[in-house]
Write a protein that binds this ligand. Structure first.
Ligand SMILES: [Mn+2]
Length: 243
């Protein structure tokens, strides 16, 4: 049996990524897949990209990775662009859209937001049809079969649901979780690259980390739009919501 960690939405928060890395080391897990959104929001987009590149065998593209290099007059985005530099932004833009493989007889497909677009956002409280559509393939996915297990990031809300024998899961966010202020990731356990039925499990892991260190890092870096970020890091309440 093998274990694969699936993490997403680091968003430049190094204390959170450090805590997850330590947890993975303690568990002896070395196979890592990242589902995108390495950058933005937090102060350390550059270090986050460098660390994820070194740690993860597979990295796919999120919405932030896709648009961060676009020309902009938004001061906050310009600040993140300057930190990243051209080489990292080119790397992010070049990342693949999705990854898929068999594990314990199941076709597992992983993408950032939906199998159709990095910008299509589907929440656990959206319609059943919307959620079931996440098992479908599209012209952007590497394969054309329906997935047995679909996993994604993007919404910063970890959850798992079952529909007619299929499993849908969201790994949550390492650096900007929006339900509880602890880093989130998933562990898949089973027989990798095997189409034969075998035991299989998905575990959703929460890792407490030094949230005040993350706040201080943002203050020290002189990051713009600080108040919204600090509130999210401390409370896990999305800035788009009213109190
Ligand atoms: Mn994100």
């Amino acid at each position: 049996m093998e274990k694969i960690a699936v993490l997403s939405d680091i968003h430049g928060n190094m204390p959170a990524l450090d805590a997850v890395t330590r947890d993975l080391e303690q568990r002896g897990i070395r196979q890592l897949i990242c589902l995108g959104d390495l950058v933005g929001k937090g102060p350390d987009s550059d270090t986050s990209v460098d660390r994820i590149r070194a740690l993860c065998q597979t990295v796919i593209r999120g919405n932030w990775d896709d648009f961060i290099s676009n020309p902009t007059d938004n001061q906050t985005l310009e600040w993140h662009q300057r930190k990243l530099g051209e080489e990292r932004m080119n790397y992010l833009k070049s990342l693949p859209f999705s990854v898929e493989f068999y594990m314990s007889g199941r076709l597992i497909r992983l993408f950032h937001a939906s199998p159709r677009s990095v910008y299509e956002r589907i929440q656990p409280w959206d319609s059943v049809d919307a959620r079931i559509s996440l098992f479908e393939a599209s012209e952007h996915t590497s394969g054309s079969l329906q997935a047995d297990v679909a996993g994604y990031g993007d919404i910063h809300n970890a959850y798992m649901q079952h529909f007619t024998g299929k499993t849908l899961f969201n790994v949550g966010s390492v650096g900007n979780p929006l339900e509880i202020p602890q880093a989130s990731y998933a562990i898949l356990e089973g027989e990798r690259d095997s189409e034969a039925a075998a035991p299989f499990s998905i575990q959703l892991v929460r890792v407490p980390y030094d949230n005040e260190r993350a706040v201080q890092d943002a203050v020290d870096a002189g990051m713009p739009d600080l108040d919204n970020y600090i509130r999210e890091i401390r409370t896990a309440k999305y800035r788009g919501l009213k109190d």
